[in-house]
Design a protein around this ligand. Structure first.
Ligand code: SAH
Length: 360
Protein backbone atom coordinates (compact mmCIF):
# COMPACT_ATOMS: atom_id res chain seq x y z
CA UNK A 1 0.00 0.00 0.00
CA UNK A 2 2.80 2.39 0.91
CA UNK A 3 4.06 2.06 -2.66
CA UNK A 4 0.99 3.73 -4.08
CA UNK A 5 2.11 7.39 -3.90
CA UNK A 6 5.35 6.45 -5.64
CA UNK A 7 3.52 4.59 -8.40
CA UNK A 8 0.95 7.38 -8.78
CA UNK A 9 3.92 9.67 -9.30
CA UNK A 10 5.19 7.41 -12.06
CA UNK A 11 1.82 7.49 -13.79
CA UNK A 12 1.78 11.27 -13.60
CA UNK A 13 5.27 11.46 -15.07
CA UNK A 14 4.35 9.00 -17.82
CA UNK A 15 1.43 11.19 -18.83
CA UNK A 16 3.68 14.27 -19.06
CA UNK A 17 6.85 12.79 -20.50
CA UNK A 18 5.52 9.72 -22.37
CA UNK A 19 8.51 7.78 -21.15
CA UNK A 20 9.76 5.83 -18.15
CA UNK A 21 12.80 3.65 -17.63
CA UNK A 22 12.43 -0.11 -18.06
CA UNK A 23 12.80 -0.56 -14.32
CA UNK A 24 9.97 1.93 -13.75
CA UNK A 25 7.68 0.18 -16.23
CA UNK A 26 8.38 -3.08 -14.38
CA UNK A 27 7.57 -1.36 -11.05
CA UNK A 28 4.25 -0.16 -12.45
CA UNK A 29 3.42 -3.69 -13.58
CA UNK A 30 4.52 -5.49 -10.41
CA UNK A 31 3.07 -2.93 -8.02
CA UNK A 32 -0.34 -2.63 -9.63
CA UNK A 33 -3.45 -2.52 -7.46
CA UNK A 34 -7.10 -1.97 -8.43
CA UNK A 35 -6.70 1.61 -7.20
CA UNK A 36 -3.72 2.26 -9.45
CA UNK A 37 -5.46 0.63 -12.39
CA UNK A 38 -8.36 3.05 -11.88
CA UNK A 39 -6.03 6.05 -11.76
CA UNK A 40 -4.24 4.91 -14.88
CA UNK A 41 -7.45 4.14 -16.75
CA UNK A 42 -8.90 7.54 -15.92
CA UNK A 43 -5.89 9.31 -17.37
CA UNK A 44 -5.73 7.04 -20.41
CA UNK A 45 -9.39 7.64 -21.21
CA UNK A 46 -9.02 11.39 -20.75
CA UNK A 47 -6.07 11.46 -23.15
CA UNK A 48 -7.88 9.23 -25.64
CA UNK A 49 -10.97 11.45 -25.56
CA UNK A 50 -8.94 14.60 -26.13
CA UNK A 51 -7.65 13.05 -29.37
CA UNK A 52 -10.33 10.69 -30.63
CA UNK A 53 -13.43 11.74 -28.67
CA UNK A 54 -15.85 8.84 -28.36
CA UNK A 55 -15.03 7.43 -31.79
CA UNK A 56 -14.14 3.78 -32.14
CA UNK A 57 -12.54 2.83 -35.45
CA UNK A 58 -13.50 -0.48 -37.07
CA UNK A 59 -11.41 -2.72 -39.29
CA UNK A 60 -12.91 -5.60 -41.23
CA UNK A 61 -10.71 -8.63 -40.68
CA UNK A 62 -10.47 -11.01 -43.62
CA UNK A 63 -8.62 -14.21 -42.76
CA UNK A 64 -7.10 -15.22 -46.10
CA UNK A 65 -5.53 -18.53 -45.33
CA UNK A 66 -5.00 -21.02 -42.50
CA UNK A 67 -1.98 -22.53 -44.24
CA UNK A 68 1.24 -21.60 -42.50
CA UNK A 69 4.84 -22.57 -43.06
CA UNK A 70 5.84 -21.53 -39.55
CA UNK A 71 5.67 -23.50 -36.35
CA UNK A 72 5.12 -20.91 -33.61
CA UNK A 73 4.56 -22.88 -30.42
CA UNK A 74 1.51 -20.89 -29.29
CA UNK A 75 -0.46 -20.82 -32.51
CA UNK A 76 -3.27 -23.18 -33.48
CA UNK A 77 -2.52 -22.97 -37.20
CA UNK A 78 1.20 -23.84 -36.79
CA UNK A 79 2.41 -26.13 -39.53
CA UNK A 80 2.86 -29.19 -37.35
CA UNK A 81 -0.73 -29.13 -36.10
CA UNK A 82 -2.09 -31.86 -38.34
CA UNK A 83 -5.54 -31.49 -36.80
CA UNK A 84 -5.87 -27.91 -38.10
CA UNK A 85 -8.25 -27.63 -41.02
CA UNK A 86 -6.65 -25.71 -43.85
CA UNK A 87 -8.33 -23.36 -46.30
CA UNK A 88 -7.34 -20.55 -48.58
CA UNK A 89 -9.64 -17.82 -49.93
CA UNK A 90 -9.44 -16.97 -53.61
CA UNK A 91 -8.93 -13.37 -54.74
CA UNK A 92 -12.60 -13.40 -55.81
CA UNK A 93 -13.67 -14.54 -52.32
CA UNK A 94 -11.60 -11.73 -50.80
CA UNK A 95 -13.11 -9.09 -53.07
CA UNK A 96 -16.58 -10.39 -52.19
CA UNK A 97 -15.74 -9.92 -48.48
CA UNK A 98 -14.61 -6.35 -49.19
CA UNK A 99 -17.88 -5.60 -51.04
CA UNK A 100 -19.92 -6.89 -48.14
CA UNK A 101 -17.70 -4.96 -45.74
CA UNK A 102 -18.00 -1.70 -47.64
CA UNK A 103 -21.81 -1.95 -47.49
CA UNK A 104 -21.54 -2.49 -43.74
CA UNK A 105 -19.51 0.71 -43.31
CA UNK A 106 -15.98 -0.66 -43.19
CA UNK A 107 -13.35 1.63 -44.68
CA UNK A 108 -10.38 -0.51 -43.67
CA UNK A 109 -9.82 -4.10 -44.70
CA UNK A 110 -7.23 -6.16 -42.88
CA UNK A 111 -5.96 -9.11 -44.88
CA UNK A 112 -4.45 -11.51 -42.37
CA UNK A 113 -3.25 -15.04 -42.67
CA UNK A 114 -0.73 -17.69 -41.88
CA UNK A 115 2.50 -17.44 -43.87
CA UNK A 116 1.09 -19.20 -46.90
CA UNK A 117 3.58 -19.35 -49.80
CA UNK A 118 0.66 -19.44 -52.25
CA UNK A 119 0.23 -15.69 -51.64
CA UNK A 120 3.16 -14.58 -53.76
CA UNK A 121 3.67 -10.98 -54.79
CA UNK A 122 2.44 -11.98 -58.26
CA UNK A 123 -0.90 -12.94 -56.72
CA UNK A 124 -1.12 -10.19 -54.09
CA UNK A 125 -0.24 -7.23 -56.33
CA UNK A 126 -3.24 -7.61 -58.68
CA UNK A 127 -5.49 -8.33 -55.71
CA UNK A 128 -4.39 -5.13 -53.96
CA UNK A 129 -4.80 -3.16 -57.17
CA UNK A 130 -8.34 -4.47 -57.61
CA UNK A 131 -9.30 -3.66 -54.02
CA UNK A 132 -7.90 -0.13 -54.24
CA UNK A 133 -9.53 0.45 -57.66
CA UNK A 134 -12.93 -0.63 -56.42
CA UNK A 135 -12.67 1.00 -52.98
CA UNK A 136 -10.44 4.05 -53.37
CA UNK A 137 -11.72 5.48 -50.09
CA UNK A 138 -10.57 2.47 -48.09
CA UNK A 139 -7.30 1.59 -46.41
CA UNK A 140 -5.82 -1.87 -46.82
CA UNK A 141 -3.86 -3.39 -43.98
CA UNK A 142 -1.77 -6.49 -44.53
CA UNK A 143 -0.85 -8.95 -41.79
CA UNK A 144 0.90 -11.73 -43.64
CA UNK A 145 4.00 -12.19 -41.54
CA UNK A 146 7.64 -11.87 -42.50
CA UNK A 147 8.50 -11.22 -46.15
CA UNK A 148 11.46 -9.70 -47.94
CA UNK A 149 11.94 -5.96 -48.06
CA UNK A 150 11.42 -6.11 -51.83
CA UNK A 151 8.10 -7.82 -51.33
CA UNK A 152 6.96 -5.24 -48.75
CA UNK A 153 7.98 -2.53 -51.22
CA UNK A 154 6.02 -4.08 -54.10
CA UNK A 155 2.91 -4.56 -51.97
CA UNK A 156 3.14 -0.95 -50.77
CA UNK A 157 3.41 0.28 -54.33
CA UNK A 158 0.39 -1.86 -55.26
CA UNK A 159 -1.68 0.05 -52.69
CA UNK A 160 -1.24 -1.52 -49.25
CA UNK A 161 -1.36 1.27 -46.65
CA UNK A 162 -0.63 -0.49 -43.38
CA UNK A 163 1.11 -3.59 -42.09
CA UNK A 164 0.55 -5.42 -38.82
CA UNK A 165 3.41 -7.54 -37.60
CA UNK A 166 3.38 -8.13 -33.88
CA UNK A 167 6.91 -8.30 -32.59
CA UNK A 168 5.55 -10.91 -30.08
CA UNK A 169 8.25 -10.10 -27.50
CA UNK A 170 11.02 -7.51 -27.35
CA UNK A 171 13.29 -9.99 -25.56
CA UNK A 172 15.29 -12.24 -27.87
CA UNK A 173 15.65 -15.01 -25.26
CA UNK A 174 11.90 -15.05 -24.71
CA UNK A 175 11.37 -15.14 -28.47
CA UNK A 176 13.29 -18.45 -28.65
CA UNK A 177 10.99 -19.96 -26.06
CA UNK A 178 7.93 -19.13 -28.13
CA UNK A 179 9.31 -19.96 -31.57
CA UNK A 180 11.42 -22.68 -33.16
CA UNK A 181 15.06 -21.84 -33.82
CA UNK A 182 14.45 -21.43 -37.55
CA UNK A 183 12.62 -18.18 -36.79
CA UNK A 184 14.70 -15.21 -35.81
CA UNK A 185 13.79 -12.38 -33.48
CA UNK A 186 16.28 -10.14 -35.25
CA UNK A 187 14.65 -10.81 -38.61
CA UNK A 188 11.21 -9.94 -37.29
CA UNK A 189 12.52 -6.68 -35.83
CA UNK A 190 14.29 -5.93 -39.12
CA UNK A 191 10.99 -6.47 -40.96
CA UNK A 192 9.27 -3.92 -38.70
CA UNK A 193 11.96 -1.35 -39.38
CA UNK A 194 11.83 -1.99 -43.13
CA UNK A 195 8.06 -1.58 -43.16
CA UNK A 196 8.34 1.77 -41.42
CA UNK A 197 11.07 2.99 -43.75
CA UNK A 198 9.03 2.04 -46.81
CA UNK A 199 6.21 4.25 -45.55
CA UNK A 200 3.60 1.89 -44.21
CA UNK A 201 1.59 2.72 -41.14
CA UNK A 202 3.03 -0.01 -38.97
CA UNK A 203 1.57 -2.05 -36.14
CA UNK A 204 3.60 -4.12 -33.72
CA UNK A 205 2.37 -5.87 -30.59
CA UNK A 206 2.60 -8.81 -28.25
CA UNK A 207 0.62 -11.36 -26.29
CA UNK A 208 0.04 -10.69 -22.60
CA UNK A 209 0.77 -13.68 -20.39
CA UNK A 210 2.50 -15.75 -23.04
CA UNK A 211 4.44 -18.68 -21.55
CA UNK A 212 7.63 -17.73 -19.66
CA UNK A 213 6.84 -14.00 -19.87
CA UNK A 214 8.11 -11.90 -16.96
CA UNK A 215 7.32 -8.33 -15.99
CA UNK A 216 10.87 -7.37 -16.96
CA UNK A 217 10.12 -8.61 -20.48
CA UNK A 218 6.84 -6.72 -20.59
CA UNK A 219 8.78 -3.64 -19.52
CA UNK A 220 11.09 -4.24 -22.49
CA UNK A 221 8.04 -4.47 -24.77
CA UNK A 222 6.85 -1.10 -23.47
CA UNK A 223 10.28 0.46 -23.93
CA UNK A 224 10.51 -0.93 -27.45
CA UNK A 225 7.12 0.54 -28.35
CA UNK A 226 8.01 3.88 -26.77
CA UNK A 227 11.14 4.07 -28.92
CA UNK A 228 9.91 2.45 -32.14
CA UNK A 229 6.79 4.63 -32.25
CA UNK A 230 4.46 2.39 -34.22
CA UNK A 231 1.17 3.73 -35.57
CA UNK A 232 -0.73 0.80 -34.10
CA UNK A 233 -0.14 -1.71 -31.39
CA UNK A 234 -2.06 -4.96 -31.04
CA UNK A 235 -2.00 -6.59 -27.65
CA UNK A 236 -4.22 -9.37 -26.37
CA UNK A 237 -4.05 -12.11 -23.78
CA UNK A 238 -2.36 -15.38 -24.71
CA UNK A 239 -4.95 -18.18 -24.89
CA UNK A 240 -3.80 -21.81 -25.10
CA UNK A 241 -4.77 -23.95 -28.07
CA UNK A 242 -5.38 -27.63 -27.37
CA UNK A 243 -3.27 -28.92 -30.25
CA UNK A 244 -0.09 -26.94 -29.52
CA UNK A 245 2.83 -27.55 -27.13
CA UNK A 246 1.41 -24.79 -24.91
CA UNK A 247 -1.94 -26.55 -24.45
CA UNK A 248 -1.53 -26.72 -20.65
CA UNK A 249 -0.19 -23.22 -20.12
CA UNK A 250 -2.44 -20.73 -18.34
CA UNK A 251 -4.11 -17.97 -20.35
CA UNK A 252 -3.06 -14.36 -19.88
CA UNK A 253 -5.28 -12.00 -17.93
CA UNK A 254 -7.85 -9.48 -19.07
CA UNK A 255 -6.94 -7.29 -16.13
CA UNK A 256 -3.23 -7.03 -17.04
CA UNK A 257 -4.04 -6.56 -20.73
CA UNK A 258 -6.29 -3.60 -19.89
CA UNK A 259 -3.68 -2.15 -17.54
CA UNK A 260 -1.09 -2.31 -20.34
CA UNK A 261 -3.53 -0.73 -22.80
CA UNK A 262 -3.79 2.24 -20.44
CA UNK A 263 -0.01 2.50 -20.15
CA UNK A 264 0.36 2.36 -23.94
CA UNK A 265 -2.19 5.15 -24.35
CA UNK A 266 -0.07 7.37 -22.09
CA UNK A 267 3.17 6.38 -23.82
CA UNK A 268 1.80 7.41 -27.18
CA UNK A 269 -1.47 9.34 -27.00
CA UNK A 270 -2.48 8.97 -30.66
CA UNK A 271 -1.64 5.26 -30.90
CA UNK A 272 -4.24 3.09 -32.62
CA UNK A 273 -4.99 0.45 -30.02
CA UNK A 274 -7.36 -2.39 -30.78
CA UNK A 275 -9.50 -4.02 -28.14
CA UNK A 276 -8.87 -7.51 -29.44
CA UNK A 277 -10.98 -10.60 -30.09
CA UNK A 278 -8.76 -12.48 -27.63
CA UNK A 279 -9.97 -10.10 -24.89
CA UNK A 280 -13.55 -10.82 -25.90
CA UNK A 281 -12.83 -14.54 -25.87
CA UNK A 282 -11.60 -14.61 -22.26
CA UNK A 283 -14.32 -12.33 -20.93
CA UNK A 284 -17.76 -11.64 -22.44
CA UNK A 285 -17.20 -7.95 -21.60
CA UNK A 286 -13.53 -8.03 -22.58
CA UNK A 287 -13.73 -5.77 -25.61
CA UNK A 288 -15.76 -3.19 -23.68
CA UNK A 289 -13.17 -3.32 -20.90
CA UNK A 290 -10.40 -2.74 -23.43
CA UNK A 291 -12.11 0.37 -24.81
CA UNK A 292 -12.77 1.60 -21.26
CA UNK A 293 -9.05 1.21 -20.56
CA UNK A 294 -8.07 3.45 -23.48
CA UNK A 295 -8.27 1.34 -26.67
CA UNK A 296 -9.90 2.94 -29.72
CA UNK A 297 -10.18 0.24 -32.41
CA UNK A 298 -12.21 -2.95 -32.86
CA UNK A 299 -11.67 -5.53 -35.58
CA UNK A 300 -14.79 -7.56 -36.31
CA UNK A 301 -14.52 -10.56 -38.56
CA UNK A 302 -15.44 -10.23 -42.25
CA UNK A 303 -14.30 -13.70 -43.29
CA UNK A 304 -16.86 -16.00 -44.89
CA UNK A 305 -18.64 -17.93 -42.12
CA UNK A 306 -17.74 -21.20 -43.87
CA UNK A 307 -14.03 -20.78 -43.01
CA UNK A 308 -14.13 -19.00 -39.68
CA UNK A 309 -13.80 -22.07 -37.47
CA UNK A 310 -10.69 -23.02 -39.40
CA UNK A 311 -8.76 -19.89 -38.45
CA UNK A 312 -8.41 -21.05 -34.85
CA UNK A 313 -5.33 -19.41 -33.43
CA UNK A 314 -6.49 -20.32 -29.90
CA UNK A 315 -9.31 -22.26 -28.25
CA UNK A 316 -12.90 -20.98 -28.09
CA UNK A 317 -12.36 -17.98 -30.37
CA UNK A 318 -15.59 -15.96 -30.43
CA UNK A 319 -17.73 -14.83 -33.40
CA UNK A 320 -16.93 -17.86 -35.54
CA UNK A 321 -20.60 -18.62 -36.24
CA UNK A 322 -21.92 -15.14 -36.98
CA UNK A 323 -22.47 -13.40 -40.27
CA UNK A 324 -20.39 -10.26 -40.83
CA UNK A 325 -23.45 -8.03 -40.52
CA UNK A 326 -24.21 -9.57 -37.12
CA UNK A 327 -20.65 -8.99 -35.91
CA UNK A 328 -20.74 -5.41 -37.08
CA UNK A 329 -24.04 -4.55 -35.44
CA UNK A 330 -23.22 -6.48 -32.27
CA UNK A 331 -20.04 -4.45 -31.84
CA UNK A 332 -21.81 -1.15 -32.57
CA UNK A 333 -24.35 -1.97 -29.88
CA UNK A 334 -21.67 -3.04 -27.43
CA UNK A 335 -19.76 0.20 -27.97
CA UNK A 336 -22.93 2.30 -27.71
CA UNK A 337 -23.74 0.57 -24.42
CA UNK A 338 -20.58 2.05 -22.89
CA UNK A 339 -20.96 5.49 -24.48
CA UNK A 340 -18.75 5.07 -27.54
CA UNK A 341 -19.57 5.22 -31.24
CA UNK A 342 -18.31 3.03 -34.04
CA UNK A 343 -17.56 5.36 -36.95
CA UNK A 344 -17.40 4.85 -40.71
CA UNK A 345 -13.93 6.10 -41.58
CA UNK A 346 -10.50 4.83 -42.57
CA UNK A 347 -9.45 5.56 -39.01
CA UNK A 348 -5.96 6.92 -39.60
CA UNK A 349 -3.92 7.97 -36.58
CA UNK A 350 -4.62 11.50 -35.41
CA UNK A 351 -1.90 13.85 -36.56
CA UNK A 352 -1.37 11.64 -39.61
CA UNK A 353 1.53 9.42 -40.38
CA UNK A 354 3.82 12.42 -40.55
CA UNK A 355 2.67 13.51 -37.12
CA UNK A 356 3.95 10.27 -35.71
CA UNK A 357 7.14 10.15 -37.72
CA UNK A 358 8.22 13.64 -36.78
CA UNK A 359 7.20 13.69 -33.20
CA UNK A 360 10.48 12.32 -31.87
N1 SAH B 1 1.13 -14.77 -39.81
C1 SAH B 1 0.86 -13.43 -39.37
C2 SAH B 1 -0.40 -13.33 -38.56
C3 SAH B 1 -0.32 -14.09 -37.27
S1 SAH B 1 -1.84 -14.27 -36.38
C4 SAH B 1 2.07 -12.93 -38.61
O1 SAH B 1 3.01 -13.69 -38.43
O2 SAH B 1 2.10 -11.79 -38.22
C5 SAH B 1 -1.92 -12.75 -35.51
C6 SAH B 1 -1.49 -12.76 -34.06
O3 SAH B 1 -2.27 -13.65 -33.28
C7 SAH B 1 -0.07 -13.23 -33.79
O4 SAH B 1 0.85 -12.21 -34.09
C8 SAH B 1 -0.12 -13.60 -32.31
O5 SAH B 1 0.34 -12.52 -31.48
C9 SAH B 1 -1.62 -13.85 -32.06
N2 SAH B 1 -1.82 -15.23 -31.58
C10 SAH B 1 -1.43 -16.38 -32.17
N3 SAH B 1 -1.69 -17.44 -31.38
C11 SAH B 1 -2.28 -16.95 -30.26
C12 SAH B 1 -2.75 -17.52 -29.05
N4 SAH B 1 -2.66 -18.83 -28.83
N5 SAH B 1 -3.30 -16.70 -28.13
C13 SAH B 1 -3.39 -15.38 -28.34
N6 SAH B 1 -2.93 -14.77 -29.45
C14 SAH B 1 -2.38 -15.54 -30.40
Amino acid sequence: MSATPELLGLIERLECEHSLSEAEYARLIDGRTPELADALRERAVRVRKEIYGNAVFVRGLIELSSWCKNDCRYCGIRRSNDKAERYRLTPEDILACCREGWDLGFRTFVLQGGEDPWFTDERLVPLLQSIKAEFPDCAVTLSLGERSRESYQRLFEAGADRYLLRHETADAEHYWKLHPRELSWQHRMDCLRALKEIGYQVGCGFMVGSPYQTSAQLAKDLKFIEQFRPHMCGIGPFIPHKDTPFRDEPAGSVELTCYLLSILRLIQPNLLLPSTTALGTLDPQGREKGILAGANVVMPNLSPVSVRKKYMLYDNKICTGDESAQCRSCLSLRMASIGYEVVTSRGDPAGGIEGIRNSE
